[in-house]
Write a protein that binds this ligand. Structure first.
Ligand SMILES: C[S@@+](CC[C@H](N)C(=O)[O-])C[C@H]1O[C@@H](n2cnc3c(N)ncnc32)[C@H](O)[C@@H]1O
Length: 443
């Protein structure tokens, strides 16, 4: 007989092991882990929690293990993280956490590790305080982030790094965007209030509504009927900063899954043309699906946004470049980023961002505006890219300061010492986002 609760633990362990061992993203890994429908929500909570607090728990585990962490198979590492997560952070009764995790070890084929996992989890129960104190002696353990990232934040954000790290470890709010043209934010809030769901309007993002208690959106009638989308409030600032107007030709250069494409179309119903490009065909299909749910349409194309054969030999009035980036601003929503990103990837990402920015600039009309955006908190991908671009590009002007007047209520922002606008995690309740509004001088 299978131990009660072992199935959800086993699915969480498989997913975490796939992140640690194969570099899979957690959401994809959870899908591949194929939990039984009844186990899915708990497996997801366990896997996300183990990833979120895993750097601390790993420092606990190394004190318990007879051999180094790196010598353990990913599935054993995952069993320890999922087991310790339950004991320290979840509401699971300790005996259930231990016995179901040990049973999960058998289900995932780690029979040889059963005794060791059992012994580690039991010893943790006995020696918890000393083990946590040991873990907290390291920065990675204290903040539950990789060492390189803690150190980089300390250097780049000496006044904010602790707040950023704390916010990254907190559960994110579920933020919705009222679908303009179908419903106002106030009416959407009233609809939720009637259903007993408390919401809070975000002052500086005019369509954004935070749900007090996050819920499964697929169960919300307003979501199913296309009266709202899920989108962090920081991401909802792209449309007002781009300031498109009816009749304009707009390019959304890195568009999938289409969150900002949808908002652009909702905000300016009479756009002349909206071309939404993504290099990934599967992700581009998600743009179409998301727009269909909202009753919107764009010219969706698959390919490299820097390629004139994809975006055409035309000039655009507005270009949104939501560049591929490290994702270090959205760690609270994607804790697997703590495990998947490596500092050695940063120069490559910055070079890609720089290349895309330069290529797209050539497709911007004189007098037009390009909005450069990332969900990164790192200077190499933000101010450094834009600073270099401004130095190299005679007809580019940074107009972020005046453009952000379109965002009344925005809290005072951190000192950037460079062009653009930065929203840091832990600062305005949003994800970390960087925007630079660049206009092409008409000569
Ligand atoms: C940050 S995501 C975009 C999020 C999207 N703007 C939204 O709001 O939903 C970056 C996207 O850029 C795409 N991408 C990366 N390199 C690209 C390129 N050279 N051309 C077009 N798309 C690219 C990725 O596939 C990814 O979907």
């Amino acid at each position: 007989m299978i131990e009660l609760g072992a199935g959800s633990r086993a699915a969480a362990v498989r997913a975490v092991a796939a992140v640690l061992g194969d570099g899979l993203m957690l959401e994809a890994a959870l899908e591949a882990a194929a939990a039984a429908p009844a186990d899915r929500a708990f497996a997801q909570a366990l896997a996300f929690g183990a990833m979120r607090f895993g750097h601390r728990l790993r420092r606990v585990a190394v004190q318990l293990l007879p051999r180094p962490w790196d010598d353990q198979k990913p599935v054993v590492q995952a069993l320890l993280l999922v087991g310790l997560y339950q004991l320290e952070y979840a509401d699971t009764p300790p005996h259930a956490a231990v016995s179901a995790t040990v049973a999960a070890a058998r289900l995932v084929g780690a029979v040889g590790a059963v005794g060791m996992v059992n012994a580690c989890l039991r010893r943790y129960q006995r020696e918890r305080e000393a083990l946590l104190a040991g873990a907290d002696e390291t920065q990675a353990g204290r903040w539950s982030h990789p060492d390189w990232f803690v150190e980089q934040l300390m250097r780049e954000w000496p006044d904010y790094w602790e707040r950023i790290l704390e916010a990254n470890n907190a559960h994110p709010p579920l933020t919705l965007r009222a679908r303009r043209g179908r419903i106002s934010r106030d009416s959407l809030a009233a609809e939720f209030a009637e259903a007993g769901i408390a919401t809070h309007a975000v002052s500086f993002a005019s369509d954004a509504l935070d749900l007090a208690v996050p819920t499964d959106v697929r169960a919300l009638a307003a979501f199913v009927a296309g009266r709202c989308s899920v989108q962090d409030a920081a991401a909802q600032l792209a449309a007002p900063l781009l300031a498109a107007a009816p009749g304009m030709r707009v390019l959304d250069a890195c568009a999938a899954p289409g969150g900002k494409t949808g908002h652009l179309l909702e905000t300016v119903p009479g756009l002349g043309q909206l071309v939404a490009v993504d290099i990934d065909a599967q992700r581009a299909q998600r743009i179409r699906d998301n727009l269909a749910r909202l009753g919107l349409a764009a010219d969706v194309r698959v390919g490299d946004a820097a390629d004139p054969r994809v975006i055409g030999d035309v000039l655009y009035d507005r270009i949104l470049l939501d560049a591929p980036c490290s994702g270090t601003g959205v760690i609270r929503r994607h804790p697997d980023i703590k495990w998947l990103r490596r500092p050695r990837e940063l120069p490559g990402l910055a070079a890609r961002q720089h290349d895309l920015l330069n290529a797209l600039w050539r497709r911007l009309k004189p007098g037009g505006r390009l909005l450069y955006a990332t969900c990164s908190v790192l200077r190499a991908e933000n101010t450094a890219v834009v600073k270099q671009f401004l130095a190299d590009t005679g007809d580019a002007v940074d107009v972020t300061e005046s453009a952000s007047l379109a965002l009344p209520g925005l809290p005072p922002r951190p000192e950037l010492r460079g062009p653009g606008l930065m929203l840091l995690p832990g600062y305005a309740g949003t994800d970390g986002f960087y925007y630079a509004c660049l206009e092409r001088r008409s000569t």
